[in-house]
Design a protein. Structure first.
Length: 260
């Protein structure tokens, strides 16, 4: 088991969880494409994680844009020769009560989380099937792939949807040795979560401290945030696993927030 010399594309890797996955995959000997809407952030991250430029590359990619995704994947395959691992991780959060949820914001959320997962999956599968050496597709779900919270209708809807997509990829990909799994983290301290704290406090009429202690960590076994390192370790495990024994699954990494 291992990912040395495999080629991984990690979306949303200029920040937070994706960046740590890129770091851990590089440490394990993989070549990594850091794909992000933030083109400068992607290039800067690639340089930071691999100053030699031999094993990491930045790719400008809006995962909601069909041609940007296809061109970005082609760019990776041209530089590194193949695509073996996809981590579909790019994501944002918008919190609003359902009765006031703006339709445009709803569509934006579904586009990033679901269209993005579909487009990157399709582009990666085309390479993986052609190469004939299998592959691993990992979706960044959430505890919200299994559970709901108020104010997060499109996020919860999309994160549940990723489990369905992973199951279809697992079934269609099996004969090609392509596996698909979902990681479901609890709250991880990243810019995505930092932004949510004041917004949630305002919507719920509670203090920011209460948001952290009660809303985010209240149901965990120890009141702790999950870390980017915890999530990256789970991603490395899925990416390294070599057979169809582990496919179509979802793994909750949340300090016991929910147990299933
Ligand atoms: P983050 O804000 O730190 O990073 C997200 C990255 O995605 C950014 O670099 C951003 O530029 C990029 N991005 C946004 N829209 C994009 C687009 N259209 N195309 C390409 N890139 C785009 O967030 P994070 O917390 O690291 O979140 C990463 C993933 O983990 C998301 O899917 C999120 O839903 C999921 N997640 C996060 C937490 C958490 O608590 N932080 C918990 C569970 C799941």
């Amino acid at each position: 088991m291992g990912i040395a010399n495999k080629v991984a594309v990690v979306t949303g890797a200029a920040s937070g969880i994706g960046k740590e996955i890129a770091r851990v995959f590089l440490g394990a000997g993989a070549k990594v494409a850091i794909a992000d809407l933030n083109a400068k952030g992607a290039d800067d991250t690639a340089r930071e994680l691999d100053p030699t430029g031999a094993a990491a590359m930045g790719v400008a990619m809006d995962v909601t844009n069909e041609s940007a995704v296809d061109m970005g994947m082609d760019q990776v395959a041209r530089k590194f020769g193949q695509i073996d691992i996809l981590v579909s991780n790019a994501g944002i959060q918008i919190v609003q009560p359902l009765d006031q949820f703006d339709f445009g914001q709803w569509k934006k959320m579904l586009a990033i989380h679901l269209d993005g997962a579909f487009l990157t999956t399709r582009a990666a599968l085309r390479y993986m099937y052609k190469q004939g050496k299998g592959g691993s597709i990992i979706y960044m779900g959430s505890v919200h792939s299994k559970e709901a919270s108020p104010l997060k209708a499109p996020y919860v809807t999309a994160k549940h949807g990723l489990i369905g997509l992973a199951k279809v990829v697992a079934k269609e990909g099996a004969k090609h040795g392509v596996r698909a799994n979902v990681i479901c983290p609890g709250y991880v301290w990243t810019p995505l979560v930092e932004k949510q704290i004041p917004e949630t406090a305002k919507e719920r009429g509670i203090s920011e401290e209460e948001v952290i202690k009660k809303v985010m960590l209240g149901e965990t076994v120890d009141g702790e945030f999950t870390t980017v390192a915890d999530v990256a370790a789970a991603a490395l495990f899925f990416a390294s696993f070599e057979t169809n024994a582990l496919t179509g699954q979802s793994l909750i990494v949340s300090h016991g927030w929910i147990m299933q």
